[in-house]
Design a protein around this ligand. Structure first.
Ligand code: SAM
Length: 347
């Protein structure tokens, strides 16, 4: 779905007289091409980055590592505020410190998303001039002009620091802000792992390849490495998740191969897998996104070995079996705890 706030922000604050730095998080839209040849973008999402590049924006992919090089020659930054508070604080603070005096920071977001609070906190912390324009549907467009380097910190913690969120079979698991459910184990994934021992009876993991599709900080991938799979691939769209998952797998994998790949719905995966575990991003609180469901199922079908199985965990109310039946020869609900269900798929 196209994000109107992002499009309005570009219309409002980009022009052909000066380059801009555009910060993109989860909000998607077909961007108009950059008006100035030196404009550039940064996103923490692989799919958003790919689509921005397609529209002519040079776009870096990172977990919002902000540095002087990124802003070199740019006096204006544009940011459609993210959903997660810790990400917003980090990006606002980082951009503000890097902008030169007289530089401008333009923000867009809707009232219900906390943009007023962020703007109020920023205005109190920074030596700045602020203007606000309102658009349709409670859209708020703020422009901050930097008057001096004087600024109080906005951040409530270290955005890039990895933190322990628990232990899995004796191994500490780390995550960080910006990753899905970053301060705990996801209950759906824990439910899925309760079923893993049954799947392990199917063959010899030491000779098999396994995939964690949409890995987040990598709890499922870690369990696959612990189970002794010869090769484990984990993949996610989010740069923060890639970093956390890589860190977690590095602690464990020694003789085995464990690789974390940035990718959109598994589209770039090659080869085939004996076991696929997936806790997809269509849960309660997220839209039940048809296209996303199709793409996760399609990728699983394409890379599942003959004789292999894919195990999905979804909220119990999501009718994934109906969708999956169009793609897979065998679709079986193997567990349901009223909150989550496990659906086993094979050719
Ligand atoms: C419900 S979370 C599960 C995360 C992880 N497996 C866990 O157990 O905590 C779904 C994951 O899918 C990822 N995701 C969202 N959109 C994606 C896409 N287009 N391609 C790949 N992964 C995506 C999210 O970043 C998130 O990490």
């Amino acid at each position: 779905m196209s994000d109107e706030a992002l499009l309005q922000l570009l219309q409002h604050a980009s022009d052909d007289r000066q380059p801009v730095l555009l910060i993109l998080d989860e909000h998607d839209a077909v961007l108009p091409p950059p008006q100035h040849p030196d404009s550039r973008a940064l996103s923490n999402r692989f799919d958003i980055c790919t689509s921005a590049r397609r529209q002519g924006w040079p776009c870096s992919f990172s977990d919002f590592w902000l540095n002087a090089e990124l802003l070199a020659g740019c006096r204006r930054a544009l940011y459609r505020v993210s959903k997660e508070k810790r990400v917003v604080e980090h990006v606002l603070q980082g951009l503000w410190l890097l902008l030169p005096v007289n530089g401008e920071l333009h923000l867009a977001g809707y009232k219900g998303e906390g943009i007023k609070t962020f703007a109020r906190r920023a205005a109190a912390a920074w030596d700045c001039e602020v203007t606000l324009e309102r658009g349709d549907g409670n859209l708020h467009l703020y422009s901050f002009t930097k008057l001096s380097e004087r600024a109080e910190p906005l951040q409530s913690g270290d955005y890039h620091g990895l933190q322990t969120i628990g232990e899995w079979q004796g191994c500490a698991v780390y995550s960080k802000p910006g990753v899905f459910a970053w301060d705990r184990f996801d209950a759906g994934s824990v439910f899925l792992l309760g079923y893993l021992p049954k799947l392990l009876q199917r063959g010899n993991p030491g000779q098999q390849r396994a995939l964690d599709l949409g890995c987040g900080s990598g709890l499922l991938a870690l369990a696959l490495v612990q189970a002794g799979f010869r090769e484990v691939i984990a993949t996610d769209n989010n740069a923060a998740a890639i970093r956390a998952c890589e860190f977690n797998l590095q602690q464990l994998a020694q003789d085995q191969q464990a690789l974390v790949v940035a990718d959109d719905c598994g589209a770039s995966l090659r080869g085939s897998f004996d076991l696929i575990l997936c806790n997809p991003p269509f849960h309660q609180g997220f839209e039940v996104e048809q296209t996303m469901t199709d793409r996760f199922l399609e990728a699983s079908l394409r890379v599942l070995k003959a004789g292999g199985v894919a195990l999905f965990v979804v909220n119990s109310f999501i009718p994934i079996e109906r969708k999956a039946a169009a793609w897979f020869g065998k679709v079986e609900k193997v567990a349901d705890n009223k909150l989550y269900k496990l659906v086993l798929l094979s050719h």
